[in-house]
Write a protein that binds this ligand. Structure first.
Ligand code: UD1
Length: 416
């Protein structure tokens, strides 16, 4: 089994260039289903999740050509409207193929991600949106079957600004007849990036606050698009610099996308400098405590919650973090406590009593950001940390250990 072996205690320093955003890459690849012309994407990160979505598209009959960070997706010889069960169960984002398939071909069969039931678990908003556009939705044996003649524009008020549901509706509405208005839509930079790609493909989309207007087209064309930088990867490297009391610059970033995270980071005494497409952090010797609540953009990003808690574990006082987006994002907390952190959970809230140091431990990644949190804790801890189940980390970070080595970290990937 592969593992990271981390010898902690080295302040990181240097510059790291971030990749394109995973959460932009996934819907952008899916959007290629909306046209028969090639969609060419640049700055596509080399991640497991991207391989999974490209596999899903290949299984739907798309021809995928990939050269490093450049991916071209076009029409293959045969096409299907039934998504591969394995890849959808691997990764929720594969569920996004529903909208383009039904909008283009009038039919889609996509397994429920993780086998959750319609109405009670988290694809209800995706399906409500598609129904509002005139689609018929049924569930049979864990597979969602959606059929429609031409979708028709509608006004859709989302009870919660779900990223996935907004992306699903954006894609469906781009090929619907007439105008669709999404109220209370998600406005994460990755949603805007999808809107920008759809705009290049010929859709007319306007975003005004949380109101998104889409003027549907009968057909969309191919397009070429460069993905936005990954703000979660950037935030993780900035925290790696801060938690080790080092100085790290992330390059190729859009600092405005990082604002909701940089405010809380600065409040801990970290010195943050914004340059042209760069952000530099000088970590404090120990962070000041902070109070953080995760929220949809422009709130503090839930994906940076676990790494930020790892950082606050070493604060000079007691911090709090409330997770308002996902009800159960705390799988990493026990592992941090085994390393010496003092964290008390009460429902969706954590109280983090800062400690002077953490101790290296044998531990495992349970999801992408939990893996990032434990890697950062290992970089700051005394002694050796061994982290297994790297398949989770590889879903969302490409060559994490190589980039950290480049910043001076003593981390290696071992296979034993
Ligand atoms: C996306 C991101 C993920 C990020 C999340 C929130 C991708 C591939 N993933 O996930 O990294 O953490 O946004 O910024 O872009 N919900 C429902 N019903 C639905 C849909 C969602 O109840 O139909 C709930 C979810 O259970 C969750 C919350 O809404 O509690 C947020 O989910 P959502 O914004 O949809 O996140 P994802 O698109 O799954």
């Amino acid at each position: 089994m592969e593992s990271f072996r981390i010898e902690g205690g080295v302040p990181l320093s240097g510059t790291v260039r971030v990749d394109g955003a995973k959460n932009s890459a996934l819907p952008a690849c899916v959007a290629s289903l909306l046209t028969d012309e090639p969609v060419v994407l640049h700055r596509v990160p080399e991640l497991r999740d991207v391989s999974t979505i490209l596999y899903t598209l290949g299984a739907l009959g798309r021809r995928v050509v990939r050269h490093g960070a450049h991916v071209s997706i076009g029409v293959g010889e045969e096409s299907s409207t039934e998504a591969d069960a394995y890849s959808v169960r691997q990764m929720r984002a594969s569920f996004l193929v529903l909208a383009p398939l039904v909008a283009r071909f009038g039919r889609a069969a996509v397994p429920l991600p993780g086998g959750c039931a319609i109405g009670r678990r988290p694809v209800d908003l995706h399906l409500t949106g598609l129904r509002a556009l005139g689609a018929r939705v049924e569930e049979r044996d864990g597979v969602v079957l959606v059929t429609a003649d031409r979708l028709t524009g509608a006004r859709i008020v989302l009870p919660y600004p779900s990223v996935g549901a907004t992306e699903q509706i954006l894609m469906a509405a781009s090929l619907a007849s007439g105008e669709t208005v999404i109220e209370n839509g998600a406005i994460e930079p990755e949603v805007e990036d999808l809107a920008a790609l759809l705009g290049r493909m010929g859709a007319k989309i306007e975003i005004d606050g949380r109101t998104i207007r889409i003027d549907g087209r009968r057909e969309l064309r191919g397009a070429e698009h460069t993905l936005i930088p990954d703000r979660m990867e950037a935030g993780t490297f900035l925290l790696a610099g801060a938690i080790t009391g080092g100085s790290v610059t992330v390059a190729g970033v859009r600092s405005e996308h990082l604002t909701p995270f940089l405010g809380p980071l600065e409040s801990t005494g970290a010195d943050v400098t914004i340059g042209v497409e760069t952000v530099t952090v000088h970590g404090p010797s120990r962070p000041l405590p902070a109070e953080v609540v995760t929220a949809p953009h422009p709130g503090f990003p839930t994906d940076l919650h676990p790494p930020f808690v790892a950082y606050l574990a070493l604060a000079t006082g007691s911090s709090s973090l409330v997770e308002s987006v996902f009800e159960d994002r705390f799988a990493y907390v026990d592992a941090l406590c085994k390393m010496g952190a003092k964290i008390v959970r009460s429902g969706a809230a954590l109280t983090i009593h800062g400690v002077e140091s953490l101790q290296g431990q044998a531990t495992e990644a349970t999801d992408i950001r939990a893996g990032a949190a434990l890697t950062l804790a290992g970089l700051a801890a005394r002694g050796r940390t061994t982290l297994t189940h790297l398949e989770h980390i590889d879903r969302g970070y490409s060559s994490l250990e190589e980039k950290l080595q480049h910043l001076g970290a003593r981390i290696e990937r071992r296979d034993e």
